[in-house]
Design a protein around this ligand. Sequence first.
Ligand SMILES: Nc1ncnc2c1ncn2[C@@H]1O[C@H](COP(=O)(O)OP(=O)(O)OP(=O)(O)O)[C@@H](O)[C@H]1O
Ligand SMILES: [Mg+2]
Length: 283
Amino acid sequence: MSFPTRYTVADLVREMGTYPPESAGATAIGSAGDGSVVYTDQLSTRANDHNVLMVAPAGHGKTNTLRGIAAQDLARGGSVLVVDSRVSGASFRKVADLPNLMHGHRITAIHRLLTCLADEMAARAAALEAGVPAYMPLTVAVEGLDILKELLSRHWMRLMPSGGPVVSPALDALRLALFEGGPLDVRVIATTQRPPSASWRDQFGVRVLGRQTRLGWDLLGCGEPLQPAMARIPGRMHVVFGHDYAIETQVPLWTDTAVREWASRAVENQPFPYLASTTWGDQ
Ligand SMILES: Nc1ncnc2c1ncn2[C@@H]1O[C@H](COP(=O)(O)OP(=O)(O)OP(=O)(O)O)[C@@H](O)[C@H]1O
Ligand SMILES: [Mg+2]
């Protein structure tokens, strides 16, 4: 294996050979170092393969990887709902004007967005039942999954009407997207520094891991007892497929220009089929 010292989205496109990718559902993560591209659907045998979790220490390239996946989902004509409660909340700020990208930053806006997501999924489920299965893909891109879960719970404690549900409906919507989004064309891509609890992490068929402790690898790796050597190079990740297989991968640097260019190749930009997009967003 030999990884280039500087790997760009232009290099990724060159390695892919065709552009846009011929396999419409596949997401390119990066280079395997031998001139081939690592896609998320390499071993697509499980139902939750579409959910992708990025786990790495600070500054290792989680957000960058998230941006790359989101750009490709937009290019497929999908919509991306970014949920970023962190103080900076800046991952997508410079590309926030892209069509079909929605952004929630303050916890009140995030709560409302996820409540709308619940309505969207209910409408999709009803349509599916009525035999209308064609949706535009919807990606929920979560920055800081571990912190968000805590914030949503705390926010709901303040809002909760007496006699209302104990669990935050927004958190419930996120859970539903993660656990049952597949048939509704809804997927979750998320970053976190800490591995989520067992039931949540099992829903991420693909994990993109930067430097992990032994414990982190045991929880998130592919069941191989030996933890691979993990480089300190930004974007050098191990992409793990279920419990079967891991491959070292260099993720390209997704500059604002690269995200914008890739996302703008959307075949057709369609708003949400069931909900007016004006009900979404920070306002
Ligand atoms: N694939 C890459 N190739 C080259 N440089 C990269 C790559 N990924 C990230 N970087 C560099 O590292 C910086 C940090 O990356 P990023 O913001 O994605 O890290 P992070 O894991 O999300 O960190 P945090 O935990 O602080 O949010 C980027 O601003 C960029 O300069
Ligand atoms: Mg980040």
